[in-house]
Write a protein that binds this ligand. Structure first.
Ligand code: NOJ
Length: 586
C-alpha cells in the first residue's frame, strides 16, 4: 500500500503539531488518555494469527501450469517497481509452505490468513476454459496441513492478482463481466476447499485495487483514469462481492456453514482541530471516502451521502451530465445490502485532516473530490514505509467508528503491522514490538468499549514483495534473506514478543509485560549473529565467485580445448616422425 499524495505531508508537519496541541477534547469513547496502557486479557477464544498473500510470497510465478497475473505482467515492465524487482521467486512460499507452517505452529497461531492466486488455479481466468489441478492441489495441501496443525485457514479470494488475460481481453475491473468471472472462480474455490475452509474473504483492500490500480496507476494494471477509474472499478468490485456472497448462501452455506466477509483497509482520520466544524467534516469525509465507500453499500445498501453529494456537485461543475460516481439501482441496493458475515479490517496508520477546497476543473480526481488535506505529527514514529506512522490511538477510534456506523458487526482484524527499510538487518526490532504492543492494546480497549473484534492478524508472517516498493520495505515477523536462493527465514524479536501476547491472551500485568521485551531482545541477538554470519558467508562466496570465475573459465578452456588439441598434435607429430624414421631405414 502506498500513501496518496505523499508530497503533501511533510511540509505541513509543524502546522499539524501546533494545531493538534491546541485540540484538547476527545470523542466519547476515548475519554481515556491516548497514551495510557490497559492491562488485561482478551475474551476466551480470541483468535491470533498472521497473514500473507499469494503474489507477495509464493514465487513459482510460471510453474506447474500457473497463468500470468496482472502483477506478473506489471512487475516485468521496467520502471514500475522499485529497483525493477519482481516476485518471480519472492519467499518461495510455494515450495516452503511446510516450513512456514512449522513457524506458525511454534508461535501457536490460531489462524493463518493467505490468498489464493486466481491464475494459479484458472490460468486464463475462466473456469470454462481450464482448471489447473496442480494449483488446486497446492492450496489443498496447504489447507490440510494447516488443519492438521490446528491452525484455522482464513482465505482471501482476491489479493490483487487478476489473471492477465482478463485484463487484456476485457479491461479487468473496469468491465462488468468480471463480476461473473470472479463468481465462477469463487464458486470453484467453495466447491474444492469449502468443506475445510470456513472463513472466506472476497476482496482484500478494494480501495487500493480501485485507486492505485485504476486511478493513479501505481499498482497493476497501472491505469491512470483520473476521476472515473477508481469509482467504476469499485462499483464492479462491490457487485462482485455481493454476487459471491449470494452464491455462497444459495449453494454452499447450509452444507459448509462458513462465513463470507470482505477485508477493507482504512487509516483513521482525526480532525486537526476538534472544535472546528470544518475540520470535523473534513475528517468525516476522509473516512467516508476511504472505508465508507465500500462499507456503507455493504452494510446499508448505498454509497455514503457525502460521496454522492461531493462527487455529484463536482461532476456538475465540470459540465458532466451525470455524476462520476456510478449509481446503484433499487434492486442492486437491496442485493448488496447486508452481504458481510464479518468485516475484515486492515489498519496501519492515522492522519490529521483539515478542510482544503479544490476548485472543480480539468484535474478532478478521487483525491481532489474529497476537499481535504492530510497532515501528520512529526513526533509520530515512522520507522519504515514513508506513509506509515505509528499512531496507536487511531486504531481504537477506527474500531469504534465501525461499531457505531455499521451496527457493531463481527470484526476480524485482517492486517496490522509496521515495516522497516530493506537495508535494516537488525532482527532486534524494538520499534515493531512497541507498535504491536500499543496497537493490540488499543484493540483491547476497543473490545472493552464494546466493539465486536473476534481475531487479530499480524501483518505479515514473512518479509515479502511490497508491491510497487519491491523488496525495499520489510513487514515480516520473520526476516527473509532474499539474497540467498533458499530464502531462509530468521525470527525477529517481535516473533518472541507476539508469542508472549498470544500465550497470555493479552497483557496480564505490568511486571510480566515489561519482562517480555527484555527476553525477546536476548533471543534475537543470537539470531542476529546467525544472520550476520550468513551475510558474511554470502559476501565471501560472492567475492570468491567474482575472483574464481575467470580461473574456472580458464580451466574449462584448458580441459576442453587445449588438452585435446595438444594431444592430437602430439599424435600427428609422432606419426610424421615415425614415417620419417621408417623411410630412412628403407
Ligand atoms: C495492504 C496490503 O493488503 C498488503 O498486501 C500490504 O503488504 C500491506 N498493506 C502493507 O502495505
Amino acid at each position: 500500500m502506498t500513501m496518496p499524495q505523499r508530497g503533501f505531508l511533510r511540509p505541513h508537519h509543524v502546522l499539524a503539531l501546533v494545531l493538534c496541541v491546541s485540540a484538547t477534547e476527545d470523542f466519547d469513547w476515548t475519554k481515556n488518555e491516548r497514551t495510557s496502557f490497559y492491562y488485561g486479557t482478551f475474551p476466551t477464544g480470541f483468535s491470533w494469527g498472521a497473514g500473507s498473500s499469494a503474489y507477495q510470497t509464493e514465487g513459482a510465478w510460471n510453474v506447474d501450469g500457473k497463468g500470468i497475473s496482472i502483477w506478473d505482467a506489471f512487475s516485468h515492465k521496467k520502471g514500475k517497481i522499485f529497483l525493477n524487482d519482481t516476485a518471480d521467486s519472492s519467499c518461495e512460499g510455494y515450495y516452503k509452505f511446510k516450513d512456514d507452517i512449522a513457524l506458525m505452529k511454534d508461535m501457536k497461531l490460531n489462524h493463518y490468513r493467505f490468498s489464493i492466486s486466481w491464475p494459479r488455479i484458472l490460468p486464463t481466468g475462466l473456469k470454462s476454459e481450464k482448471i489447473n489441478e496442480k494449483g488446486i492441489k497446492y492450496y489443498s495441501d496447504l489447507i490440510n496441513m494447516l488443519l492438521d496443525n490446528k491452525i484455522t485457514p482464513i482465505v482471501t479470494l482476491y489479493h490483487w492478482d487478476l489473471p492477465q488475460v482478463l485484463h487484456e481481453k476485457y479491461g479487468g475491473w473496469h468491465n462488468i463481466s468480471m463480476v461473473n468471472y470472479f463468481n465462477d472462480f469463487a464458486n470453484l474455490c467453495f466447491e474444492r476447499f469449502g468443506n475445510r475452509v470456513k472463513y472466506w474473504i472476497t476482496f482484500n483492500n478494494p480501495w487500493s485495487i480501485a485507486v492505485e490500480g485504476y486511478e493513479t496507476g501505481e499498482h497493476a494494471p497501472g491505469l491512470k483514469l483520473k476521476g472515473t477509474g477508481a469509482y467504476k472499478a469499485a462499483h464492479h468490485i462491490i457487485k462482485a462481492h455481493a454476487k459471491v456472497r449470494h452464491t455462497y448462501d444459495m449453494q454452499w452455506r447450509s452444507k459448509q456453514k462458513g462465513l463470507v466477509g470482505i477485508s477493507l483497509t482504512a487509516d483513521w482520520g482525526e480532525p486537526v482541530d476538534i472544535s472546528n466544524q470544518r475540520d470535523i467534516e473534513a475528517a468525516e469525509r476522509y473516512i467516508q471516502f476511504y472505508l465508507g465507500w465500500f462499507a456503507t453499500p455493504l452494510f446499508h445498501g448505498d454509497y455514503p451521502q457525502v460521496m454522492k453529494d461531493y462527487i455529484g456537485r463536482k461532476s456538475g461543475q465540470q459540465g458532466l451530465g451525470a455524476s462520476r460516481l456510478p449509481v446503484f439501482s433499487p434492486q442492486e441496493k437491496s442485493y448488496i445490502k447486508g452481504t458481510c458475515d464479518f468485516l475484515g479490517l486492515g489498519h496501519f496508520t492515522t492522519r490529521y485532516v483539515t478542510l482544503k477546497n479544490y476548485p472543480s476543473g480539468a484535474g478532478d480526481n478521487y483525491f481532489s473530490d474529497r476537499d481535504l488535506a492530510e497532515l501528520v505529527d512529526p513526533q509520530w514514529p515512522d520507522p519504515g514505509s514513508e506513509w506509515l506512522y505509528s499512531v496507536p490511538w487511531g486504531f481504537r477510534r477506527l474500531l469504534n467508528f465501525v461499531k457505531t456506523q455499521y451496527g457493531n458487526p463481527m470484526i476480524y482484524v485482517t492486517e496490522n503491522g509496521v515495516s522497516e527499510k530493506m537495508l535494516c538487518t537488525d532482527l532486534c526490532d524494538d520499534w515493531r514490538m512497541k507498535y504491536f504492543k500499543d496497537y493490540i492494546n488499543e484493540m483491547l480497549k476497543a473490545i472493552k468499549d464494546g466493539v465486536n473484534v473476534k481475531g487479530y492478524t499480524a501483518w505479515s508472517l514473512l518479509d515479502s514483495f511490497e508491491w510497487d516498493e519491491g523488496f525495499s520495505e520489510r513487514f515480516g515477523l520473520y526476516y527473509v534473506d532474499f539474497r540467498n536462493k533458499n530464502k531462509p527465514r530468521y525470527p525477529k524479536a517481535s516473533v518472541h514478543y507476539y508469542k508472549r501476547i498470544i500465550s497470555s491472551n493479552g497483557f496480564p500485568n505490568q511486571r510480566e509485560v515489561e519482562s517480555w521485551k527484555r527476553k525477546a531482545v536476548e533471543t534475537c541477538s543470537s539470531s542476529n549473529q546467525l544472520l550476520a554470519a550468513a551475510h558474511a558467508q554470502h559476501n565471501v562466496t560472492t567475492m570468491l565467485n567474482i575472483l574464481v570465475d575467470p580461473l574456472i573459465g580458464h580451466m574449462e578452456m584448458v580441459t576442453e580445448i587445449v588438452v585435446p588439441t595438444v594431444c592430437t598434435l602430439c599424435i600427428l607429430i609422432s606419426a610424421v616422425f615415425f614415417m620419417f624414421l621408417l623411410r630412412r631405414r628403407l
